[in-house]
Write a protein that binds this ligand. Sequence first.
Ligand SMILES: NC(=O)c1ccc[n+]([C@@H]2O[C@H](COP(=O)([O-])OP(=O)(O)OC[C@H]3O[C@@H](n4cnc5c(N)ncnc54)[C@H](O)[C@@H]3O)[C@@H](O)[C@H]2O)c1
Length: 323
Amino acid sequence: MTENERPVYAVVGSGYMGGGIAQSLALSGADVRIADVDIEVARGNRDRLIAEAAQFTADGLFPADASAVIAERITAMTIEDAVAGASFIEEAVPEKIEIKHATLRRISAAAAPDAIIGSNTSTILIGRLAEAVTNPGRFLGVHFSNPAPFIPGVELIPHAGTDEAVLPVVEAIVAATGKETARVKDATGFVLNRLQYALFHEATQLVEEGVATPEDIDTIVRTTFGFRLPFFGPFAIADMAGLDVYAFCYASLQTEFPERFATPPILDQLVSAGKLGTKSGAGFLDVPVERTPELIAYRNKAYVAMKKLIDELGPAPIHPAQD
Ligand SMILES: NC(=O)c1ccc[n+]([C@@H]2O[C@H](COP(=O)([O-])OP(=O)(O)OC[C@H]3O[C@@H](n4cnc5c(N)ncnc54)[C@H](O)[C@@H]3O)[C@@H](O)[C@H]2O)c1
Protein backbone atom coordinates (compact mmCIF):
# COMPACT_ATOMS: atom_id res chain seq x y z
CA MET A 1 0.00 0.00 0.00
CA THR A 2 1.44 3.41 -0.86
CA GLU A 3 1.47 6.27 1.59
CA ASN A 4 -1.24 8.11 -0.31
CA GLU A 5 -3.71 5.26 0.17
CA ARG A 6 -3.41 5.24 3.94
CA PRO A 7 -6.09 7.00 5.97
CA VAL A 8 -4.86 9.97 7.98
CA TYR A 9 -5.77 10.21 11.67
CA ALA A 10 -4.67 12.52 14.47
CA VAL A 11 -4.25 11.95 18.20
CA VAL A 12 -4.17 15.10 20.34
CA GLY A 13 -2.58 14.46 23.72
CA SER A 14 0.19 11.93 23.06
CA GLY A 15 0.78 10.79 26.63
CA TYR A 16 0.12 7.37 28.04
CA MET A 17 -3.28 6.63 26.45
CA GLY A 18 -2.90 8.81 23.35
CA GLY A 19 0.48 7.21 22.64
CA GLY A 20 -0.93 3.69 22.84
CA ILE A 21 -3.92 4.66 20.70
CA ALA A 22 -1.55 6.18 18.11
CA GLN A 23 0.50 2.96 18.04
CA SER A 24 -2.65 0.86 17.56
CA LEU A 25 -3.94 3.09 14.75
CA ALA A 26 -0.55 3.15 12.99
CA LEU A 27 -0.26 -0.65 13.17
CA SER A 28 -3.78 -0.88 11.70
CA GLY A 29 -2.50 0.80 8.54
CA ALA A 30 -3.06 4.53 9.07
CA ASP A 31 -0.79 7.55 9.07
CA VAL A 32 -1.13 9.07 12.53
CA ARG A 33 -0.21 12.62 13.43
CA ILE A 34 0.37 13.15 17.11
CA ALA A 35 0.22 16.49 18.92
CA ASP A 36 0.67 17.68 22.48
CA VAL A 37 1.22 20.90 24.47
CA ASP A 38 3.91 21.80 21.95
CA ILE A 39 5.75 20.13 19.10
CA GLU A 40 8.84 19.37 21.18
CA VAL A 41 6.75 17.31 23.62
CA ALA A 42 5.07 15.58 20.67
CA ARG A 43 8.48 14.78 19.14
CA GLY A 44 9.68 13.34 22.43
CA ASN A 45 6.52 11.21 22.66
CA ARG A 46 7.06 9.96 19.10
CA ASP A 47 10.60 8.86 20.03
CA ARG A 48 9.21 7.12 23.12
CA LEU A 49 6.55 5.28 21.06
CA ILE A 50 9.16 4.04 18.56
CA ALA A 51 11.51 2.82 21.31
CA GLU A 52 8.63 1.24 23.24
CA ALA A 53 7.46 -0.57 20.09
CA ALA A 54 10.96 -2.06 19.66
CA GLN A 55 10.80 -3.34 23.24
CA PHE A 56 7.29 -4.75 22.67
CA THR A 57 8.59 -6.58 19.60
CA ALA A 58 11.54 -7.96 21.59
CA ASP A 59 9.01 -9.19 24.18
CA GLY A 60 6.95 -10.87 21.45
CA LEU A 61 4.01 -8.46 21.92
CA PHE A 62 4.18 -6.46 18.67
CA PRO A 63 4.92 -7.68 15.09
CA ALA A 64 8.57 -7.85 14.01
CA ASP A 65 8.43 -4.64 11.95
CA ALA A 66 6.33 -2.61 14.43
CA SER A 67 9.01 -0.10 15.37
CA ALA A 68 9.82 0.69 11.71
CA VAL A 69 6.13 0.89 10.82
CA ILE A 70 5.46 3.27 13.71
CA ALA A 71 8.50 5.40 12.84
CA GLU A 72 7.25 5.67 9.26
CA ARG A 73 3.60 6.34 10.02
CA ILE A 74 3.59 8.44 13.20
CA THR A 75 4.52 12.09 12.75
CA ALA A 76 4.78 14.77 15.45
CA MET A 77 3.02 18.04 14.62
CA THR A 78 1.31 21.04 16.19
CA ILE A 79 -2.38 20.51 17.03
CA GLU A 80 -3.46 22.64 14.05
CA ASP A 81 -1.21 20.86 11.54
CA ALA A 82 -2.08 17.44 12.95
CA VAL A 83 -5.84 17.77 12.64
CA ALA A 84 -5.96 19.61 9.30
CA GLY A 85 -6.54 16.86 6.73
CA ALA A 86 -7.21 14.10 9.28
CA SER A 87 -10.47 12.19 8.79
CA PHE A 88 -10.54 10.96 12.41
CA ILE A 89 -9.16 12.80 15.43
CA GLU A 90 -8.89 11.30 18.92
CA GLU A 91 -8.55 13.66 21.88
CA ALA A 92 -6.59 12.20 24.83
CA VAL A 93 -5.57 15.22 26.92
CA PRO A 94 -5.86 15.17 30.75
CA GLU A 95 -9.23 14.50 32.39
CA LYS A 96 -9.96 18.16 33.18
CA ILE A 97 -12.96 19.72 31.50
CA GLU A 98 -11.28 23.10 30.94
CA ILE A 99 -8.29 21.46 29.17
CA LYS A 100 -10.60 19.24 27.12
CA HIS A 101 -12.85 22.17 26.15
CA ALA A 102 -9.90 24.36 25.11
CA THR A 103 -8.37 21.49 23.11
CA LEU A 104 -11.66 20.57 21.42
CA ARG A 105 -12.11 24.22 20.41
CA ARG A 106 -8.65 24.25 18.81
CA ILE A 107 -9.34 20.93 17.08
CA SER A 108 -12.73 22.15 15.79
CA ALA A 109 -11.21 25.35 14.41
CA ALA A 110 -8.46 23.59 12.43
CA ALA A 111 -10.09 20.29 11.36
CA ALA A 112 -12.14 19.70 8.22
CA PRO A 113 -15.84 20.34 9.04
CA ASP A 114 -16.71 16.67 8.49
CA ALA A 115 -13.70 15.18 10.31
CA ILE A 116 -14.89 12.84 13.06
CA ILE A 117 -13.71 13.79 16.55
CA GLY A 118 -13.54 11.25 19.40
CA SER A 119 -12.70 11.78 23.06
CA ASN A 120 -10.99 9.22 25.26
CA THR A 121 -12.57 10.66 28.41
CA SER A 122 -13.18 8.12 31.17
CA THR A 123 -15.71 10.08 33.20
CA ILE A 124 -16.88 13.35 31.64
CA LEU A 125 -20.26 13.30 29.90
CA ILE A 126 -19.82 13.45 26.13
CA GLY A 127 -22.70 15.92 25.83
CA ARG A 128 -20.81 18.28 28.16
CA LEU A 129 -17.62 18.00 26.07
CA ALA A 130 -19.65 18.46 22.87
CA GLU A 131 -20.37 22.06 23.95
CA ALA A 132 -16.85 22.97 22.77
CA VAL A 133 -17.08 21.18 19.40
CA THR A 134 -18.14 22.98 16.24
CA ASN A 135 -20.55 20.79 14.28
CA PRO A 136 -21.01 18.43 17.29
CA GLY A 137 -22.83 15.81 15.21
CA ARG A 138 -19.37 14.45 14.31
CA PHE A 139 -18.33 14.12 17.98
CA LEU A 140 -18.54 11.08 20.27
CA GLY A 141 -16.70 9.22 23.04
CA VAL A 142 -14.17 6.65 21.79
CA HIS A 143 -12.97 5.19 25.08
CA PHE A 144 -9.92 2.95 24.88
CA SER A 145 -8.78 1.08 27.99
CA ASN A 146 -5.39 0.91 29.66
CA PRO A 147 -3.03 -0.36 28.24
CA ALA A 148 -4.47 0.79 24.90
CA PRO A 149 -2.31 -1.39 22.61
CA PHE A 150 -3.33 -4.58 24.41
CA ILE A 151 -6.88 -4.21 25.76
CA PRO A 152 -9.26 -5.24 22.98
CA GLY A 153 -12.46 -3.41 23.94
CA VAL A 154 -13.48 0.17 23.12
CA GLU A 155 -16.65 1.92 24.35
CA LEU A 156 -18.33 4.12 21.72
CA ILE A 157 -20.46 6.82 23.31
CA PRO A 158 -22.59 9.03 21.08
CA HIS A 159 -24.13 12.07 22.80
CA ALA A 160 -27.72 13.07 22.10
CA GLY A 161 -26.64 15.10 19.05
CA THR A 162 -24.18 12.66 17.46
CA ASP A 163 -25.00 11.90 13.83
CA GLU A 164 -25.89 8.16 13.56
CA ALA A 165 -23.82 7.87 10.37
CA VAL A 166 -20.63 8.55 12.35
CA LEU A 167 -20.88 5.31 14.36
CA PRO A 168 -20.23 2.73 11.61
CA VAL A 169 -17.26 4.78 10.40
CA VAL A 170 -15.67 4.76 13.86
CA GLU A 171 -16.56 1.09 14.32
CA ALA A 172 -14.62 0.31 11.14
CA ILE A 173 -11.63 2.41 12.26
CA VAL A 174 -11.48 0.57 15.60
CA ALA A 175 -12.13 -2.84 13.98
CA ALA A 176 -9.08 -2.27 11.76
CA THR A 177 -6.95 -2.17 14.95
CA GLY A 178 -8.26 -5.66 15.83
CA LYS A 179 -10.34 -4.28 18.69
CA GLU A 180 -14.03 -4.72 19.44
CA THR A 181 -16.52 -1.92 20.04
CA ALA A 182 -19.78 -1.66 21.95
CA ARG A 183 -22.22 1.25 21.80
CA VAL A 184 -23.09 2.91 25.09
CA LYS A 185 -25.41 5.81 25.96
CA ASP A 186 -23.97 9.01 27.37
CA ALA A 187 -24.55 8.26 31.07
CA THR A 188 -22.21 8.97 33.98
CA GLY A 189 -19.52 6.28 34.23
CA PHE A 190 -20.59 4.85 30.86
CA VAL A 191 -20.62 1.02 31.24
CA LEU A 192 -17.04 0.04 31.98
CA ASN A 193 -16.43 2.34 34.93
CA ARG A 194 -19.90 1.98 36.37
CA LEU A 195 -19.48 -1.80 36.57
CA GLN A 196 -15.85 -1.70 37.62
CA TYR A 197 -16.57 0.72 40.45
CA ALA A 198 -19.68 -1.20 41.58
CA LEU A 199 -17.47 -4.27 42.04
CA PHE A 200 -14.76 -2.24 43.77
CA HIS A 201 -17.35 -0.64 46.07
CA GLU A 202 -18.62 -4.02 47.25
CA ALA A 203 -15.05 -5.35 47.57
CA THR A 204 -14.02 -2.45 49.83
CA GLN A 205 -17.16 -3.00 51.96
CA LEU A 206 -16.15 -6.63 52.44
CA VAL A 207 -12.71 -5.49 53.63
CA GLU A 208 -14.21 -2.86 55.96
CA GLU A 209 -16.60 -5.43 57.42
CA GLY A 210 -13.65 -7.76 58.03
CA VAL A 211 -15.13 -10.50 55.83
CA ALA A 212 -11.87 -11.06 53.93
CA THR A 213 -8.53 -9.37 53.26
CA PRO A 214 -7.81 -7.56 49.97
CA GLU A 215 -5.45 -10.44 49.06
CA ASP A 216 -8.11 -13.09 49.66
CA ILE A 217 -10.78 -11.11 47.81
CA ASP A 218 -8.47 -10.73 44.83
CA THR A 219 -7.80 -14.48 44.90
CA ILE A 220 -11.52 -15.26 44.92
CA VAL A 221 -12.30 -12.83 42.10
CA ARG A 222 -9.42 -14.09 39.91
CA THR A 223 -10.10 -17.77 40.46
CA THR A 224 -13.91 -17.96 40.53
CA PHE A 225 -16.35 -15.65 38.82
CA GLY A 226 -13.62 -13.39 37.41
CA PHE A 227 -12.20 -16.45 35.68
CA ARG A 228 -15.33 -16.56 33.50
CA LEU A 229 -15.28 -12.92 32.46
CA PRO A 230 -12.90 -13.06 29.46
CA PHE A 231 -15.45 -15.33 27.78
CA PHE A 232 -18.85 -14.38 29.17
CA GLY A 233 -20.42 -11.18 30.46
CA PRO A 234 -22.81 -11.02 33.41
CA PHE A 235 -25.88 -11.76 31.28
CA ALA A 236 -24.45 -14.88 29.61
CA ILE A 237 -23.27 -16.06 33.04
CA ALA A 238 -26.71 -15.48 34.59
CA ASP A 239 -28.41 -17.28 31.68
CA MET A 240 -26.09 -20.27 32.10
CA ALA A 241 -26.52 -20.35 35.88
CA GLY A 242 -30.32 -20.20 35.54
CA LEU A 243 -32.37 -17.10 36.23
CA ASP A 244 -34.50 -18.96 38.79
CA VAL A 245 -31.27 -19.72 40.66
CA TYR A 246 -30.40 -16.03 40.58
CA ALA A 247 -33.85 -15.18 41.97
CA PHE A 248 -33.31 -17.61 44.90
CA CYS A 249 -29.86 -16.12 45.58
CA TYR A 250 -31.30 -12.62 45.63
CA ALA A 251 -33.92 -13.74 48.16
CA SER A 252 -31.14 -15.11 50.34
CA LEU A 253 -29.00 -11.96 50.05
CA GLN A 254 -32.06 -9.88 50.96
CA THR A 255 -32.24 -11.46 54.43
CA GLU A 256 -29.21 -9.30 55.31
CA PHE A 257 -29.20 -6.57 52.64
CA PRO A 258 -32.82 -6.00 51.56
CA GLU A 259 -32.19 -2.80 49.62
CA ARG A 260 -28.73 -3.35 48.19
CA PHE A 261 -29.71 -6.73 46.78
CA ALA A 262 -33.35 -6.09 45.85
CA THR A 263 -34.33 -8.47 43.03
CA PRO A 264 -34.02 -6.57 39.71
CA PRO A 265 -37.50 -6.20 38.18
CA ILE A 266 -36.18 -7.34 34.79
CA LEU A 267 -35.06 -10.65 36.39
CA ASP A 268 -38.44 -11.13 38.07
CA GLN A 269 -40.24 -10.55 34.77
CA LEU A 270 -38.17 -13.13 32.92
CA VAL A 271 -38.58 -15.75 35.66
CA SER A 272 -42.35 -15.13 35.79
CA ALA A 273 -42.49 -15.60 32.01
CA GLY A 274 -40.69 -18.95 32.33
CA LYS A 275 -37.57 -17.58 30.69
CA LEU A 276 -34.99 -19.15 32.95
CA GLY A 277 -31.90 -18.78 30.76
CA THR A 278 -30.03 -21.33 28.66
CA LYS A 279 -31.91 -24.34 30.05
CA SER A 280 -35.26 -22.92 28.89
CA GLY A 281 -33.93 -21.59 25.56
CA ALA A 282 -34.58 -17.98 26.51
CA GLY A 283 -33.29 -15.56 29.09
CA PHE A 284 -31.41 -12.31 28.75
CA LEU A 285 -29.66 -13.51 25.57
CA ASP A 286 -32.06 -15.95 23.89
CA VAL A 287 -29.55 -18.73 23.24
CA PRO A 288 -31.52 -21.51 21.48
CA VAL A 289 -31.80 -24.56 23.75
CA GLU A 290 -30.32 -26.86 21.07
CA ARG A 291 -27.05 -24.92 21.27
CA THR A 292 -26.61 -25.75 24.97
CA PRO A 293 -24.25 -28.73 24.48
CA GLU A 294 -22.06 -26.64 22.15
CA LEU A 295 -22.04 -23.80 24.66
CA ILE A 296 -21.09 -26.06 27.57
CA ALA A 297 -18.31 -27.63 25.47
CA TYR A 298 -16.97 -24.17 24.56
CA ARG A 299 -17.18 -23.05 28.19
CA ASN A 300 -15.24 -26.05 29.49
CA LYS A 301 -12.59 -25.73 26.79
CA ALA A 302 -12.24 -22.00 27.48
CA TYR A 303 -11.73 -22.47 31.22
CA VAL A 304 -9.14 -25.24 30.77
CA ALA A 305 -7.28 -23.10 28.20
CA MET A 306 -7.38 -20.13 30.58
CA LYS A 307 -5.98 -22.18 33.46
CA LYS A 308 -3.19 -23.44 31.22
CA LEU A 309 -2.35 -19.90 30.10
CA ILE A 310 -2.22 -18.65 33.70
CA ASP A 311 -0.04 -21.60 34.74
CA GLU A 312 2.32 -20.86 31.83
CA LEU A 313 2.53 -17.15 32.65
CA GLY A 314 2.93 -17.73 36.37
CA PRO A 315 1.44 -15.50 39.06
CA ALA A 316 1.43 -11.70 38.69
CA PRO A 317 4.46 -10.22 40.45
CA ILE A 318 2.33 -8.47 43.06
CA HIS A 319 3.75 -10.21 46.10
CA PRO A 320 7.43 -10.54 47.03
CA ALA A 321 9.06 -13.50 45.21
CA GLN A 322 9.10 -16.72 47.28
CA ASP A 323 12.51 -18.33 47.75
N1 LIG B 1 -4.59 6.25 32.14
C1 LIG B 1 -5.67 5.47 32.07
O1 LIG B 1 -5.73 4.38 32.67
C2 LIG B 1 -6.84 5.87 31.22
C3 LIG B 1 -7.74 4.88 30.77
C4 LIG B 1 -8.80 5.25 29.93
C5 LIG B 1 -8.98 6.60 29.62
N2 LIG B 1 -8.11 7.53 30.10
C6 LIG B 1 -8.33 8.93 29.70
O2 LIG B 1 -7.40 9.28 28.66
C7 LIG B 1 -7.10 10.68 28.74
C8 LIG B 1 -5.60 10.86 28.81
O3 LIG B 1 -5.10 10.19 29.96
P1 LIG B 1 -3.59 9.70 30.07
O4 LIG B 1 -3.56 8.70 31.17
O5 LIG B 1 -3.07 9.33 28.74
O6 LIG B 1 -2.86 11.04 30.58
P2 LIG B 1 -1.37 11.52 30.30
O7 LIG B 1 -1.10 12.59 31.31
O8 LIG B 1 -0.44 10.37 30.19
O9 LIG B 1 -1.45 12.19 28.84
C9 LIG B 1 -2.06 13.42 28.58
C10 LIG B 1 -1.25 14.13 27.52
O10 LIG B 1 -1.91 15.33 27.15
C11 LIG B 1 -0.94 16.35 27.04
N3 LIG B 1 -1.59 17.64 27.22
C12 LIG B 1 -1.86 18.32 28.36
N4 LIG B 1 -2.47 19.47 28.09
C13 LIG B 1 -2.58 19.55 26.74
C14 LIG B 1 -3.10 20.51 25.86
N5 LIG B 1 -3.64 21.64 26.32
N6 LIG B 1 -3.03 20.27 24.54
C15 LIG B 1 -2.47 19.13 24.05
N7 LIG B 1 -1.96 18.18 24.85
C16 LIG B 1 -2.02 18.38 26.18
C17 LIG B 1 0.09 16.03 28.11
O11 LIG B 1 1.33 16.68 27.87
C18 LIG B 1 0.15 14.52 28.00
O12 LIG B 1 1.11 14.10 27.04
C19 LIG B 1 -7.86 11.21 29.95
O13 LIG B 1 -9.11 11.72 29.53
C20 LIG B 1 -8.08 9.96 30.80
O14 LIG B 1 -9.19 10.06 31.66
C21 LIG B 1 -7.03 7.21 30.87
